[in-house]
Design a protein around this ligand. Structure first.
Ligand SMILES: [Zn+2]
Length: 460
């Protein structure tokens, strides 16, 4: 986040790094074909992805899907002679040029993936389903080639591929697949895997290789998950809002767009007051939360008293205490979230506690999970109203700004939202308050629409 009055209008030219194409003699080394623990699930996933498109392409585009035979799907390693597997590896391109990558080549209708670095690494960290999800994105590009779909900017093609991936994953999640089933937590691991491939903060969405920010990728994926391939096909006339923001100032780029730690809480509180101050609560004007206090969970004497909270529950938490109308936070947690993810991850946690306070003022009732997701939605509604430019004319959700804001979003802020939900969402096994995937969906609802769409969740 950028403090508005600190805005420095110096434009930093961001030079996109262009990967050098190495020249080497085409090695005649035999391809290493070591079996991998995920080989069989990948094979099944590819079969399922192709089944999915055999049904969807006629339904959505009115044309038949041409199944890719095994000979057009390649796992490559450092031992692979790249030009021998794909026409896209022209001019003596080597493994180095395709390391940590997976790609579709439209010239020869192949799908190729790095089976030495990328896939083993992702498998170790996130499991086999994330690999299938990466391939389903590449298949999105296959569909674009087969349907002749073109976009004015590469990032839109990437967004549509993410959307198509979401549509396929939903088909598995809903039990439509004859071959695959999701394990609990697969959706959340898929989100985490997407962040790995997101462009670094401040990336230029018009750049050739841009995939969009983490938030953009997750948004497109969830759009496909919710609306199916049909929605993704509409991206040609009705493209999604791209939130990836270039850094606007040299200072911003240097600090990674983060406010100094000491300013994060006061600035966030100021902006929450500005946002919630627009509304009335059962006919009453807005009243700010009485206090924001910090504590050290190791020091029992520092814990604020809140009926219903056990001493053991104060660790790693930021909470709204209804009884005393205050927000309290574990200062070690907030420090480490700031250090690990950035200022906006902290702001989102505070915004979430604030949303709980507003739900109390509105006398909202419902089951715990709906209430928790509504708070996530309201947090999204607030963030969607924050301006994205330092002059403060345009809100993040794409309309004109309607209020005086205390800060503007900086590149990477929305990715910090995703990271925060991944870190603080509940594990899939615990269905009480919503998984990271469900929490992101709720956040996006508020972000893209407004507070009323969140209130509708409980019929308020
Ligand atoms: Zn792509």
């Amino acid at each position: 986040m950028f403090r508005r009055w600190l805005a420095l209008l110096v434009t930093a030219a961001l030079v996109a790094a262009v990967g050098a194409v190495g020249v080497s003699s085409a090695g005649a080394e035999a391809q290493r074909r070591a079996a991998k623990p995920y080989d069989s699930i990948l094979k099944t996933s590819i079969e399922d992805i192709q089944d999915f498109w055999s049904a969807q392409m006629p339904a959505v585009y009115g044309v038949r899907y041409q199944v890719l035979p095994q000979s057009q799907i390649h796992a490559y390693t450092s031992k692979t002679d790249m030009p021998s597997i794909t026409e896209c590896a022209e001019g003596g391109a080597t493994y180095k040029d395709y390391k940590h990558n997976a790609f579709h080549c439209p010239l020869d209708m192949t799908v190729n993936y790095d089976n030495e670095d990328l896939f083993p690494g992702l498998y170790k960290e996130f499991g086999a389903f994330t690999l299938a999800q990466v391939l389903s994105h590449e298949w999105g590009h296959v569909i674009q080639t087969q349907t002749g779909t073109e976009f004015p900017a590469p990032v839109l093609a990437e967004q549509q591929a993410d959307c198509f991936a979401g549509a396929w994953v939903e088909h598995v999640d809903s039990g439509d697949s004859k071959l695959l089933e999701l394990d609990p937590g697969d959706l959340d691991k898929g989100l985490a895997g997407m962040l790995e491939f997101a462009d670094p903060p401040g990336g230029d969405p018009t750049n050739e290789s841009s995939h969009g920010s983490g938030f953009d990728r997750v948004s497109a994926f969830q759009e496909g998950f919710e609306g199916g391939a049909q929605r993704c096909a509409q991206y040609t006339e009705n493209p999604p809002l791209i939130q990836e923001l270039p850094f606007q100032s040299a200072t911003g780029a240097l600090q990674g767009g983060d406010l100094p730690f000491k300013d994060v809480l006061p600035t966030t509180k100021q902006d929450l007051d500005s946002y919630w101050g627009q509304f009335t609560f059962g006919g009453q004007p807005y009243q700010t939360v009485s206090d924001v206090v910090s504590y050290n969970p190791k020091d029992k004497g520092s814990l604020p008293k809140c009926p219903g909270f056990k001493t053991s529950e104060y660790k790693d938490t930021i909470l709204y205490c209804q009884d005393g109308d205050f927000v309290a936070y574990d200062r070690n947690l907030v420090r480490s979230v700031y250090g690990e993810f950035g200022d906006f991850a902290v702001a989102v946690l505070v915004g979430n506690a604030w949303a709980s306070a507003m739900q109390t003022r509105l006398d909202i009732t419902g089951d715990d999970k709906t209430i928790a997701l509504q708070a996530d939605c309201l947090t999204g509604a607030w963030v969607g109203s924050v301006p994205i430019d330092e002059e403060g004319t345009e809100a993040a959700r794409g309309g004109p700004e309607t209020r005086e804001a205390a800060f503007s979003l900086s590149p990477g802020d929305l990715d910090e939202v995703v990271q925060s939900f991944l870190a603080f969402g509940n594990p899939a096994e615990d269905k009480a308050l919503g998984t990271p995937f469900e929490r992101m969906e709720a956040f996006r609802l508020g972000f893209l629409q407004d507070e009323q769409s969140c209130l509708d969740l409980t019929g308020s």
